[in-house]
Design a binder for this molecule. Structure first.
Ligand code: PEP
Ligand code: MN
Length: 296
């Protein structure tokens, strides 16, 4: 139920507005705090392809200082003939690599039926751009005790994005992180158009942390470092970046994947930009994620 307030549209965002929590929301994922003073970097492959591939990317991004490991196990592919992900096996692989390298993990949930198999292995449940307005999924995620990373739909207005987040908060889950991943415009030179103005706007309008995904936003690995630095300067709380050990052999989104060397360069260049806007990288702790138990 919407908190009541006179003279506003009763269907407009309410719980997500900054006025509802002026100090801002901090989302705690094991030792990592998203939305606090430290800038958080989520990195990993687009898709979990095998245990070996995931493990080598996890080792590389952990060594470079990533805080959280990402990897899709249930992939929302435009073509039904494209690699659909390893499913439950992929979730388990990701969880094990995250535990081994001290990184909580993020994976996308496409459907409520997948929640049961994901909940014990995944520290943050990602709702992808194609599912931002899957209201049944949002309602279900309002009831889980896991943080949710809510990506902006590629044709969603800021208002629609905030209302999607409102579903989660209204359902009882206040651990929500927003993620701008580019929107579709007339421009085709890049995969999408990174809407950094919306990041600055949403930071002002809401109390929720906001990440930027420069990988899906641009589709081109050579643009990922510059746009990551721009996101840091614009006030994002962190990044979600795709990295692959052999991008040319990736089963999904290879063109936008950073090599481990490029990811390491990004991590070296971020601190100067963050310092210019009075911020710094979140400390990297080697502690194993505390929020879930995973057998080795
Ligand atoms: C992803 O993060 O792998 C993904 C599919 O992203 P999006 O939903 O933003 O396209
Ligand atoms: Mn991808």
């Amino acid at each position: 139920m919407r908190p009541t307030s006179a003279d506003v549209d009763p269907a407009s965002p309410a719980r997500v507005l900054r006025s509802a929590r002026p100090a801002g929301t901090r989302v705690n994922v094991g030792p990592v705090e998203i939305g606090g003073a430290g800038f958080v970097v989520v990195a990993g492959p687009c898709a979990v392809e095998s245990a070996g591939q995931t493990e080598s990317v996890a080792a590389a991004v952990a060594a470079a200082g990533a805080h959280l490991l990402r990897g899709g196990a249930f992939k929302p592919r435009t073509s039904p003939y494209a690699f659909q992900g390893l499913g439950e096996e992929g979730v388990a692989i990701l969880g094990r690599s995250g535990t081994r390298h001290g990184m909580p993990v993020v994976a996308e949930v496409l459907d409520t039926s997948q929640l049961a198999s994901m909940i014990d292995h995944v520290d943050i449940l990602q709702v992808g751009a194609r599912n931002m307005q899957n209201f049944a999924l949002l309602r279900a995620l309002g009831k889980v005790r896991r943080p949710v990373l809510l990506k902006r739909g590629f044709a969603a207005t800021v208002e629609e994005w905030l209302l999607a987040a409102e579903y989660l908060l209204d359902g009882g889950n206040s651990q929500v992180v927003l993620c701008e991943r580019g929107i579709r415009t007339f421009e085709t030179a890049t995969r999408n158009t990174l809407d950094l103005a919306s990041v600055a706007l949403v930071k002002q309008r809401t109390h929720l942390p906001v990440l930027v995904d420069p990988s899906h936003a641009t589709g081109l690995r050579e643009l990922v470092i510059p746009m990551s630095l721009a996101a840091a300067a614009a006030g994002a709380d962190g990044l979600l970046v795709e990295v692959h050990g052999e991008p040319e052999a990736a089963l999904c989104d290879g063109r936008q994947a950073l090599t481990p060397a490029m990811f390491s360069e990004l991590m070296h260049r971020l601190p100067a930009v963050l310092a210019a806007v009075g911020r710094s990288l979140h400390p990297r702790t080697a502690a194993a994620p505390a929020v879930r138990a995973v057998s080795p």
